[in-house]
Design a protein around this ligand. Structure first.
Ligand code: ATP
Ligand code: MG
Length: 453
């Protein structure tokens, strides 16, 4: 059986620090106050015992000095709410006494003049009987009775009703509340100095993980947190520099390949054998496509002007082009879907996804879905899908999975890299998931509002 809910423990660093500090302060306050109470109650007990003994002895001495007939009245006059005095005639009942009772009786006897001890002193500690209560209604915690000889055959019966200890003073409670409040505020302050930079760091890291540029985090807060933020910023710069170098390299290769390809295409026109010429031209076209893809990937998204287009019509035209080439493409018709975008980029991205679906999944089912915030271009196939552990790296340039490299499907491994760059250039994203019924589902998600649809 669970005594508290599973999610009782706060999740954030700040809340944990505040709860732990408040609990620690509360515990230490309770411990100190209890210890203080214990020490005080021991001191009070011994002081009370001294008073009881003193009262009993002095009252007995007083009563022994006055005429016998006045003793009853005098005993009554000495009585109060917590003290009760009465006169007892005859021999006292010799109760068997416990150790602590005997010890107190001995202390009383030590204070009495020796010639007065005609009878033994008797002490009795007991619990209050029902009905024994103070005028306020509270019951005493214990009752102490001492029987002291006054003169031969007369004893003074002193009964002390011990009041309950005072509750914890309000000051202790107020001090504990103030201590808890101040330490909690201090803990919240420290937590905010640590937690804010940490959550900025987490936000920036996850932005980088989603493929964006990681932002610098402020180097503030305690030393260790500041050092972590600094290390993160250095790493971010390093990653950005490496990516820029890669892009420059790709761009240079792509650019330098264009001129010789163009020259070769011109030369190919002069090849006499028609079959060889056509094959040469086909190969050069492929090479040209690859070069264009390299250049686009190097440039990244964003070089074309934004234009308002009907996204549904745009996808439909891509599908129709491929259908005309006898490719197995199915388009689920959709009403007008206005979107501000770079149409050639979106066309290229959609085409890449459809070509992948056909090449690796045998067919492409394409549809457009929408919510008030986004348009989603969904491309499904019935191929083997992509294993979970490969779903991130397939977006890296030139990555082709083992199965595709060995198959007949020639490709450069840049298609998905481009699709991702284009999606992110539009503020969107690409996701891959394997369908339960088999095949891959790729979703190209484009925000409608962010770019002014
Ligand atoms: N629909 C899919 N089903 C299974 N695997 C896929 C699918 N789409 C892509 N892949 C895998 O991801 C790899 C990378 O795809 P990507 O489109 O980036 O490159 P490519 O198709 O090999 O070459 P190209 O640059 O001509 O597109 C592919 O080689 C393939 O292994
Ligand atoms: Mg591809």
């Amino acid at each position: 059986m669970r005594l508290w809910p599973a999610n009782w423990w706060p999740r954030t660093l700040g809340a944990q620090l505040v709860v732990m500090t408040a609990a620690a302060v509360l515990l230490s306050n309770v411990a100190v106050a209890s210890w203080f109470q214990l020490v005080q109650s021991r001191a009070t007990e011994s002081a009370i015992n001294d008073r009881i003994i003193d009262r009993a002895v002095s009252a007995a001495t007083l009563l022994s000095a006055i005429p016998a007939r006045q003793r009853e009245a005098a005993a009554r006059a000495l009585s109060s709410n917590v003290w009760h005095f009465s006169i007892h005639h005859g021999k006292p009942d010799g109760l068997p006494m416990a150790d602590d009772e005997r010890a107190m009786a001995a202390r009383v006897e030590a204070l009495l003049p020796k010639h007065k001890i005609k009878e033994p002193v008797i002490v009795d500690f007991r619990a209050p009987r029902s009905g024994e209560a103070f005028q306020s209604g509270t019951r005493p915690v214990s009752v102490i009775t001492i029987m002291v000889p006054v003169v031969r055959g007369t004893e003074l019966l002193t009964t002390f009703y011990r009041p309950p200890p005072a509750p914890w003073p309000l000051q202790i409670v107020i001090a504990a509340v103030v201590a808890i409040l101040t330490t909690s505020i201090a803990a919240a302050f420290i937590a905010s100095r640590v937690a804010r930079p940490l959550s900025q760091l987490a936000a920036s890291a996850s932005q980088a993980a989603r493929g964006g540029q990681a932002e610098h985090v402020p180097e503030e807060g305690p030393d260790d947190v500041r050092r972590a933020a600094h290390a993160f910023n250095v790493m971010t710069d390093q990653v950005a520099r490496t990516l820029a170098r890669q892009r420059q390299l790709l761009s240079a290769v792509g650019h330098d390949l264009r001129t010789p390809i163009t020259a070769m295409r011109i030369s190919a026109e002069f090849v006499g054998d028609e079959e060889i010429r056509e094959r040469l031209q086909r190969n050069l076209e492929e090479l040209q496509d690859l070069t264009d893809a390299v250049l686009s990937a190097a440039r990244g998204a964003g070089w074309e002007a934004m234009r308002k287009v009907d996204l549904a019509a745009l996808i439909e035209s891509v599908c129709t082009d491929l259908e005309d080439m006898d490719k197995p493409v199915k388009w689920g018709a959709h009403g007008a879907a206005p979107l501000m975008c770079r149409p050639s980029e979106i066309r290229r991205a959609t085409r890449n996804l459809i070509e992948n679906a056909i090449a690796y999944g045998g067919k492409a089912d394409v549809r457009l879905t929408e919510t008030p915030e986004i348009y989603e271009i969904v491309v499904e196939d019935s191929g083997p899908g992509i294993a979970e552990e490969d779903r991130i790296r397939v977006f890296d340039p030139f990555v082709r999975l083992e199965s595709s490299r060995s198959s007949e499907t020639g490709g450069s491994g840049l298609g998905l890299t481009l699709v991702k760059a284009i999606a992110e250039g539009h503020g969107g994203s690409v996701t891959l998931e394997n369908r339960p019924e088999g095949g891959l589902r790729v979703c190209l998600c484009l925000p409608r509002k962010a770019l002014g649809a």
